[in-house]
Ligand binder design. Sequence first.
Ligand SMILES: [Zn+2]
Length: 176
Amino acid sequence: MQSTLVLDQGYQPHRIVSWQRAVLMLFDGKVEVVEEYSDDVRSVTISIKMPSVVRLLRAVRGKRGVKFSRMNVAIRDGFKCQYCARKLPLGQLTYDHVVPRASGGKTSWENIVMACFPCNGRKGHKSPSQIGMKLLKAPVRPAWLPVVAFKADPSLSVPETWLNWVYWHGKLEQDE
Ligand SMILES: [Zn+2]
């Protein structure tokens, strides 16, 4: 299914929606089309190109928190095991409770990092300091996530028409 990249008013990646949702937003006058796919969307009365990138016409109100999910934790951690720093596809990474569940560690942004299976196994039910393992960085709840993360996972692909709009964010990732 084709997705549409939604930019905020300032042309920064905001979120990703289905193209159907993007068409509804377009008809509601909420967005303008920035890039199109070559496919047509047809109905009885209209025929338009399927929107690939759209821009919100109004400022985004309030900031929604980033949802806690496997994908979003992986994006935050740059698809890297937070112990050995190996960059891996999502399928080869697992949740690691920094403070083990057995010691009351929660499944939350502040206590979950991505780890490769060997590191996760080595750590077992201990805390990192107990066995001399060090985290790349302390886990925090992110205020937002860069869209470039979709490029970081080789199993996910970004439509060509998005590249102009997510390109600058590549720098952010390298700065880390
Ligand atoms: Zn590892």
